[in-house]
Design a protein around this ligand. Structure first.
Ligand code: NAP
Ligand code: MG
Length: 398
């Protein structure tokens, strides 16, 4: 059997711990036997990040700007304990943060659905994609504890030194306050990523904020989205048969719950943080949540939403059998291969991605899965090891 050929390499970002083990097994068992895989390999494992003073992370992000499609394994974001464990030169920043800063992207998260693991919301038939703005608001705030009576003001000094002041509150006693910001540039790039992704996926786009209360701040988000839609995306949306609509977040929450799913739900930073956890949990499990970073210029980086599954890795190191769910990591690979196939006009590569996804879902629906799913599954379920699960998928795929 001749292998499927590729034209342009994928940017491959290897990672850490249990997901690094899964990464190699996925390639060996599910991809290399079928695809003449072309990748430009970057080892983002913590040891190599340390050896290169984290230059490898920057290089991998720049390679993504060059080639357009990357697939990333989960990586450790070091804390004090990791600095000690790995003897690091320094507490390196989160690789995802570094990559996001270079690609300037928006993160889209989507659960993988299988029959037998039903969503808590019984009318949800299709997945719901959450698009979270990843800059500013409460995540870049300035907070202040007011000790006693006094006047709180918001003050802006322009380039010429001219001050504009507004009173926040005449405090009668102690209290708290915080300053928030966002920029038109960041909101605009968020909006472009959302519109492009909706067209790419042929899904409706919903956007919601609290603009009735926040008449300047949230309203700016609404206006920027509306302007871009009217002037740049409306025709393409109509041609694709999809819809963009804005609604107040209260209304959106009610509609999402009553819907059958299938939309992309764009949210401000905090709303997206909270709602993506709600959506992931309601659909089943974090191990089934996929994630893709889309830049405003149309570069894509695919990954699993979960971390490196440290506890399983320590068991693996002790020689114990693990049962780690590889679905989100497999779907990171299929997402990247399919996108590469679309961009390079390689229908065989796209078809392979479809088949691998189907083999994965069929394996679970047929009752073979990792142990995290066994408790959630309605029907007879066999809990397999990490490797056993991949072997079962490989058998289906062959
Ligand atoms: P985690 O790796 O997502 O794991 C948390 C727990 O969730 C696991 O202990 C496991 O529960 C369960 N779990 C997650 N993924 C699973 C899977 N694929 N199969 C089965 N169970 C799964 O989060 P964490 O323990 O908070 O973080 C570990 C490391 O990952 C940290 O160093 C963190 O910096 C890093 N991290 C990286 C990323 C990323 O690269 N995108 C994201 C988040 C965290 P049980 O142990 O109960 O089975
Ligand atoms: Mg959260």
């Amino acid at each position: 059997m001749s292998k499927i050929q590729m034209k342009t390499p994928l940017v491959e970002m290897d990672g850490d711990e249990m997901t690094r083990i899964l990464w190699q097994m996925i390639k060996d068992k599910l991809i290399l036997p079928f695809v003449d895989l072309k990748t430009e390999y970057y080892d983002l494992g913590l040891k190599h990040r340390d050896e290169t003073d984290d230059q490898v992370t920057v290089d991998s992000a720049n390679a993504t700007l060059k080639y357009g499609v990357a697939v990333k394994c989960a990586t450790i974001t070091p804390n004090a304990q990791r600095v000690e464990e790995y003897g690091l030169k320094k507490m390196w920043k989160s690789p995802n943060g570094t990559i996001r800063a270079i690609l300037d992207g928006t993160v889209f998260r989507e659960p993988v659905l299988v029959k037998g693991v039903s969503p808590c919301v019984k009318n949800w038939k299709k997945s719901i994609v959450v698009a979270r703005h990843a800059y500013g608001d409460v995540y870049k705030n300035t907070e202040y504890a007011v000790k006693g009576p006094g006047k709180a003001e918001i003050c802006f000094t322009d380039e010429n030194g001219v001050e504009t002041r507004q009173t926040i509150l005449e405090f009668k006693g102690s209290g708290i306050m915080q300053g928030l910001h966002n920029t038109d540039a960041s909101i605009t790039s968020f909006a472009h990523s959302c519109f492009r992704y909706a067209l790419d996926q042929k899904k409706d786009l919903w956007f919601s904020t609290k603009d009735t209360i926040s008449k300047t701040y949230d309203h700016r988000f609404k206006d920027i989205f509306a302007d871009l839609y009217e002037n740049q995306y409306k025709e393409a949306f109509e041609a694709a048969g999809i819809e963009y609509f804005y609604t107040l977040i209260d209304d959106a929450v009610a509609r999402v719950i009553r819907s059958e799913g299938g939309m992309i739900w764009a949210l401000k930073n905090y709303d997206g943080d909270v709602m993506s956890d709600m959506i992931a949990t309601a659909f089943g499990s974090l191990a089934m949540m996929t994630s893709v970073l889309v830049s405003p210029n149309g570069q894509y980086e695919y990954e699993a939403a979960h971390g490196t599954v440290t506890r399983h890795y320590y068991r693996h190191l002790k020689g114990e059998e693990t049962s780690t769910n590889s679905v989100a990591t497999i779907f990171a690979w299929t997402g990247a291969l399919r996108k590469r196939g679309e961009l390079d006009n390689l229908p065989d590569l796209c078809a392979f991605a479809d088949k691998l996804e189907k083999a994965t879902i069929d394996t679970i629906e047929g009752g073979e899965m990792t142990k995290d799913l066994v408790g959630l599954f309605q029907g007879e379920a066999k809990g397999l090891s990490s490797e056993g699960f991949l072997d079962a998928i490989a058998a289906k795929l062959a």
